[in-house]
Design a protein around this ligand. Structure first.
Ligand SMILES: [Zn+2]
Length: 587
């Protein structure tokens, strides 16, 4: 296709970091001083893509040949490639943001920031007041109270059926954990869900005497628990609202590309359509890769699942497409349901596997592996990492495959030996580093014990092993903020909640951390041919910063102002709906 040169635009900048190691600033004369306009750093874009990066001088051969506009709006700013968060759940998290909030940290909502609740007693009080106000539904029975955000570790203990019955034994109470790996229910809600002590479903929690304790754990059981509240959680138009809300939140964090890592949890076509509508409506200024959640994909399409993905790939474009396939093979870090090797949990808990029995994971991955589809496999605990590496090794042995880019998602608790084995097998990691700051010290004496907690997110080991890794937020299915720059800050400093440096040998450099939110994140999504760095030919996605991340104190990386993003050459601050949705997100 012929290039459309009509919109050739040159953005000048105080500094450009291309993340192309060969030309870290593009063509930049060392003696270019302030006020030297010809020597000003600049990036030229046309037709949605990068034409040249360097200085006005260096790109003169292009500029002489084509009419162009020089745009100085970022002349005092610092340009990086658009940030990539390779693991989020925007539609789902935007949906939860519409429910009553009982989480521990302040949370953005459509009506402004909602304050966190410090502990379980505060949550129980909140539930009591919601139960007293709920009223009756059309059937004359009490309307269920639906809440989201509970965090058993920081809010001091799990909820359970008896505790919730003490708040109300007539109003159905439904409490989804912040990372929605657990739903807690009281007796009236358990009855609505339609299970009893004789029900045999994976993930139903029980008291020692065998009675249901009101816990619904992991995707299978959580899905069951959603049924009676689906009308409340999934209100008409909820999906588009959620996508709009999260489009504003992610844009403000400087993100230009992300992936939905649980596509199909509610509805494959519905989720796709909401993103399509938001993108076409100008309210979602990002590129989105929809990664199908395998159990739902298999259930929805059976033998046609690969054909369905191929059809969506054909239907997609450079803003919305499908990518890879996603597996979940253990529980969550903050909910303390991941799987640990010896010596296990402090109090003897065992954690939980995903809804696919581990013995079947190989067979379930095989059709995707042989079809050349990239596998993203969630493993939080070290025992799960071992299982995942065993499966990867078997796949490689039985069906050799090059450049497979198998990615372990989260990679929270691991060992240096696992990093070396992952690298040897050609695997990669997409890591949640926020936990070092927000969770690690909490779990020293709650769940995982001091050694593993301190060494959460072993990025230094991955780097020494030669494994490629990215940083992600998993927003907001874990109790952490959404900010690639903050993730980078934590990866570089490894300061815990009280400022102590945790496992200092696992720190990485600023450059490596910035790669992990740009070009290395693109690589693990098989998009580094077109995204992740500022290079001629790539899509013109930029993040515009108020300060230079290579110059500031690394402990302040997360505080750098995100001024704007540029998507396909167009500043997103000027897109229709950009500022309106930012206001809706409470920013
Ligand atoms: Zn996730």
């Amino acid at each position: 296709m012929a290039t459309d040169w009509s919109d050739l635009t040159v953005y000048t900048a105080a500094r450009i970091h291309t993340m192309d190691p060969g030309r870290p600033h593009g063509s930049a004369p060392a003696d270019a001083g302030p006020g030297d306009r010809a020597g000003a750093m600049a990036v030229a874009v046309a037709d949605g893509r990068i034409v040249s990066v360097g200085t006005l001088d260096s790109m003169a051969p292009w500029l002489r040949r084509h009419p162009h506009t020089v745009d100085d709006r970022y002349a005092e700013r610092v340009l990086l490639p658009g940030f990539i968060d390779p693991h989020t759940h925007l539609r789902m998290s935007g949906t939860f943001m519409g429910l009553n909030y009982v989480g521990p940290i302040d949370s953005a909502s459509p009506t402004g920031v909602r304050a966190g609740l410090p502990d379980r007693d505060a949550v129980l009080n909140q539930l009591r007041s919601l139960a007293s106000e709920t009223g009756t539904g059309p059937d004359g029975r009490p309307r269920p109270v639906t809440t989201w955000g509970y965090d058993p570790a920081s809010q001091k203990g799990h909820l359970d059926r008896d505790l919730l019955d003490s708040i109300s034994d007539t109003v159905p109470l439904w409490v989804c954990s912040y990372a929605p790996h657990i739903v807690y229910a009281n007796t009236p809600m358990i009855e609505l869900i339609g299970v009893d002590d004789t029900t045999d479903v994976h993930g139903l929690g029980r008291y020692p005497d065998g009675r249901l304790n009101g816990w619904f754990i992991e995707t299978g059981a959580v899905g069951l628990a959603f049924k009676p509240v689906a009308g409340e959680v999934y209100r008409p138009g909820f999906g588009r609202e959620a996508v709009d809300r999260m489009g504003a939140v992610t844009r403000a964090a400087g993100i230009t590309t992300t992936t939905d890592m649980i596509w199909g949890f509610e509805s494959f076509d519905g989720e796709w359509a909401d993103h399509r509508a938001a993108i076409d409506g100008g309210t979602f200024p990002l590129r989105m890769l929809m990664v199908p959640f395998e159990p739902r994909l298999r259930k929805a399409f059976g033998a046609d699942m690969l054909d369905y993905l191929a059809a969506k790939r054909a239907e997609g474009d450079d803003r919305l497409t499908t990518h890879g396939v996603k597996y979940v093979n253990d529980g969550s870090y903050p909910s303390m349901t991941l799987r640990l090797g010896f010596p296990g949990y402090l109090d003897g808990e065992e954690g939980l596997t995903g809804e696919i029995p581990w013995a079947e994971v190989y067979d379930r991955m095989l059709p995707f592996w042989t079809a050349g589809i990239q596998i993203h496999s969630h493993a939080n605990g070290d025992e799960t990492v071992d299982m995942t590496l065993d499966v990867l090794q078997r796949l490689l042995h039985d069906h050799p495959r090059f450049d497979h880019r198998f990615v372990i998602e989260h990679y929270c608790l691991s060992t240096p030996a696992q990093a070396r084995r992952l690298a040897a097998l050609g695997g990669m990691a997409s890591v949640n580093a926020y936990f070092v700051r927000y969770r690690a010290q909490m779990h020293a004496d709650s769940g995982f014990g001091p050694d593993r907690s301190e060494a959460t997110a072993r990025l230094g080991s991955l780097e020494r092993a030669g494994a490629t890794f990215a940083l992600h937020s998993d927003f907001n299915l874990v109790v952490t903020p959404l900010s690639p720059l903050l993730a980078a800050e934590i990866a570089v400093t490894r300061t815990g909640a009280d400022g102590t440096v945790l496992a200092p040998g696992e720190r990485i450099s600023v450059d490596r951390a910035l790669r992990a939110i740009t070009v290395d994140a693109a690589h693990i999504l098989r998009r580094d041919d077109r995204l992740g760095s500022i290079e001629a030919g790539k899509l013109a996605d930029l993040t515009v910063l108020g300060d230079d991340p290579y110059e500031v104190d690394p402990a302040r990386l997360g505080a750098i102002e995100v001024v704007d993003t540029v998507l396909g050459g167009v500043p997103t601050s000027q897109l229709a709906g950009g500022s309106a949705t930012a206001a809706a997100a409470g920013r």
